[in-house]
Write a protein that binds this ligand. Sequence first.
Ligand SMILES: O=C(O)c1ccccc1N[C@@H]1O[C@H](COP(=O)(O)O)[C@@H](O)[C@H]1O
Length: 207
Amino acid sequence: MKVKVCGITNLNDAVLSAEAGADALGFIFAPVSRRLVTPEAARQAGLGVGPAVARVGVFLNQGLDEVLRTAEMARLSALQIHGNVSSLYVSQLAAYYPVLRVLRPADLAEEAGVWRADPGVTLMLDAPEPGGGQPLDWEALKSTFPAGAWLAGGLGPQNVAQAIGVLRPAGVDAVSRLESRAGVKDPEAVRAFVRAARQANPQSYPQ
Ligand SMILES: O=C(O)c1ccccc1N[C@@H]1O[C@H](COP(=O)(O)O)[C@@H](O)[C@H]1O
């Protein structure tokens, strides 16, 4: 299972997250975000942690050209795509980068099946308001959570093990509960989150 620490805005937080054992760092380019980062800052932070850590750019309803130009400038290794976009849009991006396609629970029935046979697109379930720190109803999602999907939404050191036990996601992702303030990581929260995710045993919660 992969662990992503999102909302990275500086080299120091990138290094502490990588040293804590994160498999992926998230850089948010959605203009509405309180963790908005420039491509240059993302490039410096992402390249500062070496080749083993994925550098995921987060986008929300942004044009294809803007996404691809930003990805190139920031030296991203993958794209996380939120928003009301077409499957053609996602497929066009997936021709250049591995894609995490973020869906809300309400979107699952309509869109989850589209990507089942596409290895270049991985689903991630998140709350309707991304970056809001609101957990999903994991029990309610048990019957529809797609195999191989990642999970986000209000995850932190205190609840990630339970979420893993209920849904067995292929990856977990968090931002709000890992910060001392928007855009700045709390080192101990990051370390505790990665540790809790790594130690979680999917068999340890009654199914
Ligand atoms: O965090 C944001 O500001 C944000 C803005 C626009 C799109 C995505 C954003 N964050 C993503 O939301 C998940 C869940 O956040 P949280 O842990 O519930 O606060 C986060 O991992 C980002 O990928």
